[in-house]
Design a protein around this ligand. Structure first.
Ligand SMILES: *Cc1c(COP(=O)(O)O)cnc(C)c1O
Length: 411
């Protein structure tokens, strides 16, 4: 046991990314395995927010739109995120929420495929993706149809009726990954466009949208980008699709918002996918998180994510045998994003009991425990410690307490 501890300590000592941990505000003793849901707070963000609130807003007031470059924030931060996902400058805009950006991307794609009526997705995709699609089909009417098929059926379901394929690259429950380049190619072969949801990809795995000739993509700011609760999301549109007419044609997407013209004329380029006034406080926090992420090498991030995940899976094996956990993620690292999921009949109560021992992961219906792997602020010893505490939860039957069974609204 002691020698294993020494080995793990040596891995942490040799970790080229270990200095990132100090950049985050995380209390001692806590093992935070939920950065795939809400990233931790970078220390620089707390300072940055002070400046934005007190100086830029408090003192600069409305002049800060120009003097503090607020007006450029959606494009500037979009260009930074572009570097993490293989997009070019001027192809990514930061705006709105992921849900709203899904609607914007779907409507833009649909407008480029007039005459086709099918919106295709994977059954069991993250609910908001399906819901936004259903709302759009209902509104559009005229035979517009949503189809959700099992992952294995996707290639067969790609027919020349399909206007748009909407997929999440890394599955929110299992972390199973789609081959983004292959599916994009197959969709293009039947004349369909693809909207990729990168919520669990951005800042977690290497993504190369332009190498795959991707059409549209969206993603979250508050997960692996550490942008803060409810951080603004982003939207990618390949240059060749910048002619699409925006359906949510708000004044910030106008070619000349401050001319206050009566008729809508879309801005050239990615700016047309903005809608209303940018949320500067949220964007400031997001930019600070993205700046920190950009200091890391994504290849290094992915390598460490795999190493941490493999360690977790190895440490969990005895608990699977003894206490009834089963791996709900692909065992092959190449097929898995940056979290590891386990199924257990007592998953909810088990996670509550684990939180009482200061290990935070989360629960997803019906029986899944998720452990987010964030290489910027997790070390190898954290993983071993988390599994040790879970073993104690099981051995002491901590989970078998009434207080741990009542489900909270947010899980
Ligand atoms: C987290 C997540 C979202 C979140 O959408 P919001 O509009 O920010 O609530 C959307 N899609 C996927 C796949 C997600 O994992």
């Amino acid at each position: 046991m002691a020698s294993q501890r020494d080995e793990i300590a040596a891995w942490d000592a040799a970790d080229p990314m270990r200095h990132f941990r100090d950049q985050f505000l995380l209390r001692d003793g806590l093992v935070y395995l939920d950065g795939n849901s809400l990233g931790a707070l970078p220390k620089a963000t707390a300072e940055r927010m002070q400046t934005v609130v007190s100086q830029e807003w408090g003192e600069g007031l409305i002049d800060s739109w120009m003097s503090a470059n607020w007006v450029e924030a959606p494009r500037r931060i979009g260009d930074k995120i572009a570097r993490l996902i293989g997009a070019g400058p001027g192809e990514v805009i930061v705006a709105d929420s992921t849900s709203i950006n899904i609607f914007k991307a779907l409507t833009a794609a649909l407008s480029l495929r007039e005459g086709r009526k099918v919106l295709l997705t994977e059954a069991g995709n993250f609910p908001t993706d399906g819901y936004m699609m259903q709302g759009l089909a209902r509104f559009k009417g005229n035979g517009t149809e949503c189809r959700a098929v099992a992952r294995e059926q996707l290639l067969n379901a790609l027919t020349d009726e399909v206007a748009v394929l909407l997929l999440t690259q890394v599955h929110y429950k299992t972390a199973r990954m789609h081959d983004l380049a292959q599916l994009t190619r197959r969709a293009h072969e039947v004349g369909a466009l693809v909207v990729w949801d990168l919520s669990h990809s951005t800042g977690a795995i290497e993504v190369d949208l332009n190498a795959a000739e991707a059409d549209f993509a969206v993603g979250c700011g508050y997960k692996f980008l550490n942008g803060g609760p409810g951080a603004p999301a982003f939207l990618f549109a390949a240059h060749r699709h910048h002619g699409a007419h925006p359906v949510l044609s708000g004044w910030f997407g106008h070619a000349r918002p401050f001319d206050f013209e009566e008729g809508f004329e879309p801005a050239p380029g990615i700016d047309r996918f903005q809608c209303g006034t940018p949320t500067i406080l949220g964007m400031s926090a997001l930019e600070s998180g993205v700046d920190l992420m950009l200091r890391a090498d994504m290849g290094e991030v992915r390598r460490k994510s795999i190493a941490l995940s493999e360690l977790l899976i190895r440490e969990m094996q005895p608990l699977c045998d003894e206490f009834g956990f089963s791996l709900a993620s692909p065992p092959e690292s190449a097929e898995r994003g940056s979290h590891v999921a386990y199924a257990h009949p007592q998953a909810y109560a088990m996670m509550q009991a684990l939180k009482a021992r200061d290990v935070i992961g989360d629960f997803r219906m019906p029986d899944v425990m998720r452990f987010g792997i964030t290489p910027l602020y997790l070390g190898y010893a954290d993983i071993v410690e988390a599994v040790d505490r879970l073993r104690a939860v099981c051995a002491n039957r901590d989970w078998d307490r009434a207080a741990y069974r009542d489900k909270a609204f947010v899980t």
